[in-house]
Design a protein around this ligand. Sequence first.
Ligand SMILES: Cc1cc2nc3c(=O)[nH]c(=O)nc-3n(C[C@H](O)[C@H](O)[C@H](O)COP(=O)(O)OP(=O)(O)OC[C@H]3O[C@@H](n4cnc5c(N)ncnc54)[C@H](O)[C@@H]3O)c2cc1C
Length: 518
Amino acid sequence: MIPTSAAEIARFRAAHDAMPDATRPEIDPGLLDSILDAAGRLADDVLAPLDGLADRQGCRVERGRVLTPDGYPSAWQAVADGGWLGLDLGEEYGGSDLPLPLKAMTMALFDRAGLAFNMACGATASASVLLAEHAPEHVAADWIPALIAGRRAATICISESDAGSDVGRMRTRAEPDGDHWRIHGTKQWISFGDHDLAPRIGHCLLARTGDAPGGRGLSLFLVPSTLDDGSPNGVSVIRIEDKLGLHGSPTCALSFDGSQAVLLGTPERGLPQLFTMISMMRLQVACQGLSAAARATEIAETYAAERRQGGDPTQPPVPIALHPDIRRQLAEMRSRTEILRAVVLQLAACMDRSPDDPDAAALAQFLLPLAKAHGAETGFDVTNAAIQVLGGAGYTRDWPLEQTLRDIRVAAIYEGTTGMQGIDFAERRLIRDPSGYDVFRKEATGPIAAAFGSLVADLRAAPAPRRLAAADAVLRAGWLAVAEWLGPRLPGDARQQLEDLDGQFTLYAGRARRALKG
Ligand SMILES: Cc1cc2nc3c(=O)[nH]c(=O)nc-3n(C[C@H](O)[C@H](O)[C@H](O)COP(=O)(O)OP(=O)(O)OC[C@H]3O[C@@H](n4cnc5c(N)ncnc54)[C@H](O)[C@@H]3O)c2cc1C
């Protein structure tokens, strides 16, 4: 029931080719083709058949351990054996050292086939990037090759019951103990916090080491689920959450009772250091949204071409795709999907070049909250729109759309809610550190970008409480400025929404200005 990856791969190739020379990653076209084709085969043959089954079966806890749906352990090994967990990592760790846009494309293909399953891959691959940057050399040399080979897995372990958006309120503590540390506390909502895919899990965990309030007293640790000799390390599963969607991704409450831990990087710099991993995971959320939107659009387009209703009652019914209202819905879905695809590739290219190119690094910071928030929203909205195109059929389990709608809903919540992305964008990216916006302004010279510039001036002149009230609308207006900038790269069938950018911008700019005036 899930369409194969073929059309989606063609869309990625076209989007890659449409990038300007200066942005497009350097990769041999033959290699690009063969990697996308191999990712497509794995997605179609291994991951897609598990997706619906995993949704129905879910995960369970038995004798204190989480068991994942049938087929997950062998799918995990297939992903690892294919080298997909180390695509962008250095060859010294056993990775392939390929550009991040290519990884984003393959991640989106895997998400499209199995969003819940791929949560495990995303966290593990992102943890390797973090460890390469911040772990002591011997720890990186021990863990990264094992993560790439799938012998170990990893989590991002931040949230607690009283520390969600407000990370600085976390209570989990780390105490020094000889040449390592011990962790005491409880974490909540940890995706794949425990499972049966790999025998050892490394938790990339934030804990309090100092008395400084808020995020300043937090340090970053690697906490293995077992010690080197295989004995337990005081990490236990309290429960898994009973959720709306993502049933194939166990969301764990974990307790840490004196668990041995390795400090990563510098004490009390934990939160800024963890942004290496958070940025990768926010890019992944954008990929998740793209995958949901792309799959939903393709299903709706195919269905609308085949389903017959309406027309002259004396003649056979016509395909619903011929009705102007359905055409409008499909065109809008296609536009929103392709705008997101262009932004995801642009963001990944900027992140890839960040270490050597300060402008690219700054632009990545500007684009990240936009891509995370709009990836999540586009994924949900376009899936919802596809259900409408399918009518009653879309509401049933005969089609995968109802599952996707449930699965993708959380993308606007985890890795920082849409509300928090809005605040990050307005307060940090447009006011405190506008270097990325300055790069964007040089590149984006259209009328929406200019109108956005005058909204930014109004934002900067307003008092803080009003800026916070306007942040969400500013984020949405900023997205439209980015859509205008990347519009020339969109394929012909995705241009419809570009014609209406003006109208949408007026709506959000008006909403933002009303909030700024109070
Ligand atoms: C399925 C799932 C998987 C997850 N996986 C992980 C994981 O692997 N690792 C991990 O560490 N965490 C994970 N999380 C946790 C997730 O990151 C948090 O749920 C998220 O950050 C929001 O925190 P919260 O749920 O406590 O909501 P709250 O912080 O209580 O927010 C509730 C609402 O208030 C708003 N709000 C909060 N503070 C402010 C403010 N200052 N200004 C304006 N609005 C505000 C928010 O935008 C939101 O709309 C996961 C969550 C889920 C549901």
